[in-house]
Write a new protein. Sequence first.
Length: 376
Amino acid sequence: MSEPTPIRAETPWLIRISKHFASFTDEIISDLEAKKVKALGEEYSLIQCRNPLRLHGTDASHFIRWNLPLDHTWPCNPQKMEGFIEKAAQTLHDKFADKGLQGIFIGILDPSARDGYYKAMAANLRGRTLQIFGDEAKGFRAVEEQDATKPSLFCMVGKEGLFCGIQSPQASNGFYPGGTKFISQKADHTISRAGAKIAEALHYLPLHRPIPEEGGHWLELGACPGGMSSELLERGYEVTAIDRAPLDERLDKHRGLHFIKADVSEFEPSSRASFDALLCDMNGETRVALAQVIRLSKSLKPGGLVVFTLKTAGVESYVEINDHFKAALDQAVNGWLKLIAVTHLTYNRQEFTLFFERKRGAQPEKGGGQGPGGFW
């Protein structure tokens, strides 16, 4: 992963902490060695951070869904400001036209707002800004075509005003302003909310590595009722799904699906099995679920992907969740898995989505014990 661009210590920051972890906000900001200036919207905080590098790689960082250094702020009530869009768009051009941007993306500070006013304002502001940039905008990239390591201008607008900054999508932890892409689900076509979770994860993953190619083979552990399997199948993947309970009948005879009705702990893939990715969203004790992931990851191709949901149900405090996270990470690393990213998705509750790669190189045979290479 690329290192975040060095930022002046006096630069204010916008950080997003999911409502599911809102009770930990003060502890998270304290761990950042930062000072909270004010809350913005339901999930955002404006902070003053003495050491911005603490936003990455600390106990607090995996709670921060998205972050942005603020190069320009305009505290106001846009709804009551005459000519707000025109004035804001002109200011964005005047301040940022010469910054070598790969794109301009504008979102809203309150994603839960139901009236759509600021969502429309964000779209209109971006449209007018691109018009003013004119020829300079011809080379701008679409949101998911951004180079994860190159600078973009992200802006957030809401009843508190306009907040803008330049940073790479990877350093901000999302291609979209505010984080990952929201996946809308239609009740009559949805098997479970987990389908949106893996869809969102696949929009996030290119921040760190390419997603598995279409036609790739996924192994899903604890697949019932089949929401994630359904989403993967619709994207052109082959899926081997394991669960004691049957999948939703809408998946019966679906092309590319291989369903094995069995307890995950009893499933043994053939010696010839070779998967491109492994997916685990199982409930239950993390240590037990992760042990099965490690055991079955021997059937992944070298460099194969693991997407694992770290559940924290029953783990109450900020300190306990961090201890839980560290224990899971230690277990995974000892099991020959390399962490490449961690985030909180829209459809995550009090849980995190972790992305691992199977380490390349020689590995101990099954039963070979624990050591620096891991255990099977």
